[in-house]
Design a protein around this ligand. Sequence first.
Ligand SMILES: NC(=O)c1ccc[n+]([C@@H]2O[C@H](COP(=O)([O-])OP(=O)(O)OC[C@H]3O[C@@H](n4cnc5c(N)ncnc54)[C@H](O)[C@@H]3O)[C@@H](O)[C@H]2O)c1
Length: 259
Amino acid sequence: MVEVRDAVAVVTGGASGIGAALAHRFAAEQAAAVVVADVDADRAAGVADALPGGVGTAMAFDAGDEAQVADAVTRIESGVGPVDLWCSNAGVASGPGLGDDADWQRCWRLHVHAHVLAARHVLPRMLARDRGHLMITASAAGLLTEADTAPYAVTKHGSVAIAEWLAIRHGDTGVGFSCLCPQGVATPMLTGAPDDSATLAAGEVIPPEQVADTVMAALADGRFLILPHPEVAEYERRRAGDRDRWLAAMRRLRARARG
Ligand SMILES: NC(=O)c1ccc[n+]([C@@H]2O[C@H](COP(=O)([O-])OP(=O)(O)OC[C@H]3O[C@@H](n4cnc5c(N)ncnc54)[C@H](O)[C@@H]3O)[C@@H](O)[C@H]2O)c1
């Protein structure tokens, strides 16, 4: 269970979409400090300055660059305070289909390696204090795949896998772990999706504030898997129950999306 009130929270990818909604929600829950971390310094400053209670601090760094992450963690812990909640949330959309090598590298870097970097540089400090929480934003695509873009779908499976690995390895300590797996969320990332996107056809596109509500409830409950679209749990059961039937259903979904 995570107590957000009086906590020091860090949100990577905090300048937009889900990250910005999380930052606002944590501030509204009276976090002591909310670090809005993003590669986009100006937008991070805009979000941090708008947080109620003056709790926002903007920090510009690349969540996929080890030297920058290490430096940011040191600066946050010495300048803002020991991190109670790190939301490893930054992510990128990818080119269509099988993608090119640049798509694979960009997705691997943010959807897998950035979480490893968070675990490498933040987690040891939390473990030493025997308190803290690491939340990884994956995607329903990390549980169920999706037919639009292979680099995104495959590396989001990696996001889920590293979150599970960390929870198995360290979940019996005072440090907690969770994995956020939404389907469609109305953010700039989804704005670029094509009309025939299977993600858009898969179900309701919800506002990022609704994702933040679900995250708050799950953190309070101490739940690992955070599903803002609850139907994803049933889809995952069907996938595990009959893989061939589920693959056929995914093919039908793609065909429906393409009209
Ligand atoms: N929008 C959706 O439908 C959806 C669904 C499932 C999962 N997600 C995941 O949620 C997370 C947030 O996505 P969003 O929809 O809010 O997207 P968004 O594009 O609105 O926000 C992503 C933010 O990440 C930042 N960012 C990109 N590269 C970065 C880097 N190297 N270091 C630090 N920051 C970086 C961007 O500047 C941007 O502010 C992502 O991991 C995404 O894959 C989104």
